[in-house]
Design a protein around this ligand. Structure first.
Ligand code: FAD
Length: 313
């Protein structure tokens, strides 16, 4: 299947050091460079500028300092300090709606679980008193259970301005949704960005879409300020219809989209009275994120090629 094959292909080339090196050199060089379509920049200041621009259009944001899979505790500590600096920079910037997203492998989950939890706690200690909401992104399936367990533990320890992400592609997610709804945790529902084996995930797009549709309804019916994160017009329409038919007013949920993707729909939904949050990734470690976006939509490759040819020509 093309969808699955293209995810595999981009997952493989995401591991190429040569490509990473070349992309890092050219992808962010100028305001018009190709990676800037999906990544706000390499610095917090650039991400905050992007957030401000969206805020003036009535769109809220969540900032994601890119980075994942650190391989030692020193890197995990550095990432934690960098996140705390981002929190401080957002506070100083005056952005009204304070919201960040992060990945646990960036905080050292692969190296030592206890240290990763400790690092997350440090970030929460700074962020929560300042009114932040912290979304724990969901990584590939080996991390699903441990991520949910960490969220549950922190939640029970009183850190309740945190939320999770569930991926409709995984068979287990409908049960996980009940688990998170019962606890009261805010859920962001996505289709799932990772290439997963058929032992754990639907392989056909139609099956993922069907699971997403079921989960949208379950989330709107029983979730806690859910986030419907998709660019798929059919899913957006389904969510709107289901909410309208069941008396769920637009202030009780939000739509979320990625920076640079379907900006037309972002504007249209905001104008229609819906809440829209845009996920703004930034930072020097943008290559794996960028590759996942290419894998989702091979047409983006043409966009990159045109930009590169345009730049060098
Ligand atoms: C706010 C947010 C946070 C996310 N967090 C996570 C996470 O924590 N973990 C995780 O696994 N995944 C995450 N994702 C990614 C998600 O899992 C999907 O991979 C991604 O959203 C594409 O799926 P889709 O629902 O938009 O539907 P699709 O069926 O893939 O796409 C529907 C339509 O959207 C448009 N579109 C989709 N992707 C692109 C793109 N890259 N470029 C241009 N157009 C595109 C196209 O018009 C396409 O036809 C997140 C997505 C969003 C919006």
């Amino acid at each position: 299947m093309l969808d699955s094959a293209s995810k595999t292909f981009f997952h493989l080339i995401a591991q190429s050091r040569t490509l990473k090196h070349l992309a890092s050199r050219y992808g962010m060089r100028k305001a018009s460079s190709f990676a800037r379509r999906f990544i706000a920049g390499e610095t917090a200041a650039e991400a905050i500028a992007a957030a401000r621009a969206l805020e003036t259009r009535g769109i809220t944001t969540t900032l994601d300092l890119l980075g994942e899979s650190v391989t030692n505790l020193a890197e995990a500590d550095a990432a934690t300090r960098a996140y705390i600096d981002v929190v401080d920079a957002i506070v100083a910037s005056g952005i009204a709606e304070r919201n960040v997203s992060l990945k646990l492998t960036q905080l050292g989950l692969d190296v030592d679980k206890a240290s990763a939890v400790d690092n997350l706690r440090k970030i929460l200690e700074r962020a929560q008193p300042a009114g932040f909401f912290v979304r724990i992104d969901m990584e590939n399936s080996p991390y699903t259970e441990v991520t949910l367990e960490i969220v549950e533990t922190l939640w029970q320890h009183g850190y309740q301005q945190i939320g999770v992400v569930l991926q409709a592609a995984l068979y287990r997610s409908e049960k996980d949704l009940e688990r998170m709804n019962a606890l009261g945790v805010r859920v962001r529902l996505v289709k799932g960005a990772y290439k997963e084996p058929k032992s754990v995930a639907y392989q056909k797009k139609a099956d993922v879409d069907a699971a997403y549709a079921r989960m949208v309804k379950a989330l709107l019916a029983a979730g806690h300020y859910p986030a419907i994160a998709t660019h798929d017009p059919a899913m957006l329409e389904l969510a709107r219809q289901y909410a309208a038919n069941n008396g769920i007013t637009p202030d009780r949920f939000e739509f979320q989209m990625l920076y640079g993707v379907r900006r037309d729909l972002q504007t249209k939904l905001t104008a229609g009275g819906y809440k829209m949050r845009v996920y703004i990734p930034f930072g020097r470690e943008w290559f794996p994120y960028f590759m996942r976006r290419l894998g989702e939509r091979p047409a983006n490759v043409m966009f990159v090629i045109r930009s590169v040819v345009g730049e060098t020509g």
